[in-house]
Every structure is written in C-alpha cells, then in structure tokens.
Design a protein. Sequence first.
Length: 560
Amino acid sequence: MGNTEEKKSVNFIESIIEQDIENNKNGGRVHTRFPPEPNGYLHIGHAKSICLNFGLAEQYNGLCNLRFDDTNPEKENDEYVNSIKKDVAWLGFSWEDREYFASDYFDQLYKYAIALIKKGKAYVDDSTPEEINRMRGTTTQPGEESPYRNRSVEENLDLFQKMKEGVFEEGSKILRAKIDMSSPNIHLRDPALYRIKHANHHRTGDEWHIYPMYDWAHGLSDSIEGVTHSICTLEFEVHRPLYDWLLDQLEVFHPQQIEFARLNLSYTVLSKRKLLQLVEEKYVEGWDDPRIPTISGLRRRGYTPAAIKNFAQKIGVAKRDGVVDVALLEFSVREDLNKTANRVMGVLDPLKITLINYPEDKTEMLTAVNNPEDPEAGSREIPFGSEIYIERDDFMEDPPRKFFRLSPGKEVRLKYAYIIKCEEVVKDEAGEVVELKCTYDPETRSGSDTSGKKVKGTLHWAPVKEALKAEVRLYDRLFTVENPSADKEKDFKEFINPDSLVVLPEALLEPSAKNIAVGDRVQFERKGYFCVDRDSSNEKLVFNRTVTLRDTWAKMSKKK
C-alpha cells in the first residue's frame, strides 16, 4: 500500500521555495522582505503582501525584513514611516531588528553606480525628459540611441561626480544604464538609474543631490540584505529582466524575483494616487476614515488582524490579476467577530413602549448571554422595567402578512425578557407614532416560561431609565459601482456613494455598554457589528458600524 496521507496543497511561490530548500539553494535559507515606499498609508492590498512575505518567512523558519524604499524625497516623510510600522505590528508581524531603509545604502548604491560606469555599462545623458521619451521608441518600434551614449568612462565619472555634488540643475542630466535600445522589453532600453533632485530627504537631509531610481535601488537593496526571494506584485514582471541584468553586471548576490497578482477589490479603489485625492479633496475625513481601505481605516472601523489574515488566506496567491468581491472580506470579518465579539442590545431608532400592567416602581434584572459562540464569555445583567425602547421599524400599524414583529393586537418576545402584546398606538398631532402601550405576560419570562405560548418574532430593546445615549455611524461601501475606475470617460469620484455614512445621534444602549472601551468590538443584537470610535467621551459613546449581520458572500457561494 502506498502512502495515503494527503499532501498539503501549496501555491506556486511555496512550490518554488520548497524546491530551493530541497536543492539547498542559498544554503536552504528563506529570507523575504516587505518593501513599502513611505509616501502614503498602507491599504488592504499591502496587507496581502505583508501577510505573504512575513507568512512565508514564518512558514519556512526564515526571516523577513521591513525595508522602506525611500528614494523619492519629495513625497516621503516620517508620518508615513510611523504609520507603516504601526500597521505591520498591528497585523501581528515582527521584523525584530531588521528595520532598513534604501537610504541606508545610498553610499553603497553610489559605489555600485561608479562600478557600472567603469565597466562601460552606464552613462550620463544630457537629453531632456521629452527627448528621452521620444527616443525610447514604442512597443512596435525600436528606440534610438542617445547622442551622449558613447561618452568616455572618464567623462561619465566626472559628470556623475558633479551630479552628486549638486553642480547641475534638476532635469539637466540623468545616469542611464547602457543595455539595448532595440530590446523588445522597453524597460531594457537604457533605463534611468539616477536623477538629480535638490530636495530634502526625511533621513539624509540635503546630503544628496542625486537619488536612485526604484529599479536600481530595489534589486541592489535586496542583494545587500541577503534576500533570497524578492516577492513583488505582477506589474514588476516586465521589470525582472532589468533586476537580473543589474545584479549580473555587478556580480553581486542575486535574489530571485517572483511576481504574484496584486489585490483588486470591488466597490473601492486601491490606487495611492486616488486615495490621496479622496483625502486631500476631503471626500473622506482622513487616512483613517473607516470608508477607505487603508489598514488604519479598517482598524478604526473595527476590522481585526485575524479577519484580514484569514481573508488573505482565502484569496490565496495567483499568477494573474482578478477582482475579489468585497463581500468575501466582509464575510471574513463577520466570521471572526461572530466568535469573539460580545453581544449588546442597542436601539438605533428608538420607539417607546409603556407596559401598562407592569408595576411602575419595579425593576428586575434579567440575565443575558454575552456570546453564544463562546462559553467562556459569561453573562451580564440588564435592568427591565415598565418603560422600554424598541426599534421603530420593528413596529407596523398595518403590516403585510409575513411581518412577524410588533403590530396592533399582535404578540412578540422581548429578548431575555417577556412576551408582550400591543394594545394601543399613541400618535402626535402630525400623525406620527410616538409610543406604544402594551401588556406583558408575567408567565413568559425568558428561561422560566411556563405559558406554553409560541411567537415568531423576537425583538431587542433597551430600558428607558438606564439606557446609555450613543452616536452610531453607519458606514457603507464608499462607491456605488463595483469598479469605480472602469469608465475612463468619467472621474471615479462621480461614483461615490452619498449614503456611505449615515449618522444616528440618539441611539440608546443597554447600560452594560458603559464598560466598552475605545477600539472594542461588539455585536448589536440583530443590527450588526460595531466598534467604539476614538471620538467617544465620558458624555457620549460613538460607535462605528464594522459590518452588517447580513452575509451576502455566503449566500452567493451557495448559489454557485
């Protein structure tokens, strides 16, 4: 009999790594890195890359560096550096003492450039950006060699030294690799390696007047750090021949670049440029607005690290781009919070009920389960008296046939409490319902019901006397269409959902909610999952809706 044990399914990156380990490539080491540019806040797409790079290092007993590719001083600052570190740590990953910056290597990168010039593989070009762009050619036409391409090594070394010293104006010269202007891969048509920028760098100040291009700094930083597997998103696939060429020419340690499909998520945008527009043009309230897919925004909304990691696991690692339904992300959040979030009763749009046969001066304590999915979560006590609130939409004066909530003459159960019956509807002068007068059945107390009554509807509620006031922010998807960037004739901001935020200023909660701290997540029974926002104060709690209870992903999956 053969071995019947099922072999673990691995993705294509894991397959490459396992083969490398088996062949003792790099001495069997696995060393990855997460290399963000500190020019914006991280989003859910970066979270996928974080989980992949740090996760692979953990899986194969390797290492993962956190390296900031800070080669563009005009757009980078310490605010972004600190936010990135906070996000990676919040997701549960540690880079230990391996925090690096491309700027750590500026001296070494400069020396590598000198070495490339001496080999006759790089030159200083005086052409204007427009001329260089024209001479690059197209996908169907070869490029044209620069008139400065055959400068001597000595002249190139002298000019490059003066570029470093700040002698020349920005845009007047660049350092280019000398490869092949007729290459079918445009990225190999003498790409730029260094450009002049008289800008203050967030770490090196005004020490440098030249800054390395991403393709130059990225691969060589990988090499310097001893990275074995340089895992990038798919748009860098066409850059890989340049990555390999530069490392081969300099004869330095050569990591392997591997590309995977980036995350595209429906009903949102993951472009840094577009997210910056939303923030700067005040369509949202900042980088941590719960409507945008930044990690800080998701954290403020109440998403958990476990949910994001589970989502990354579910979508897997693919070789080709696709769009992931945001409902799968919401499902992952709901799946996690269902197990971990305690329950609270909160009435978002209150309608008062007076129980006319309940003693006015009586208050009894009812026991409620904190989380039916977690036996260790325990229980809490909720005061019950003659006046309570229910949701306004849990009552209809003239209901349709299958309306199982409260209506005149009908009975429902109040959760953890009694069965009540609507006896009278009180309206104001405008005809709006302002109060219901009901009776309760004392034989129907939850947990000790002796009445034998059966009712189809169960409502959540809050006590009038002890209720806590709260502001509740109902966040929804920021865009009304699945792909707001699909129509090139329209600005993506035209598709912003006007109801992406609805504020309910006078919600009422059971009194146990006073113990919920900022950042804590709870389920408002029958309404959804919510997180206490940082705007909360001693006077009023503020809750952000994390996700609804409605599970669209599970329903869609069953249909498939």
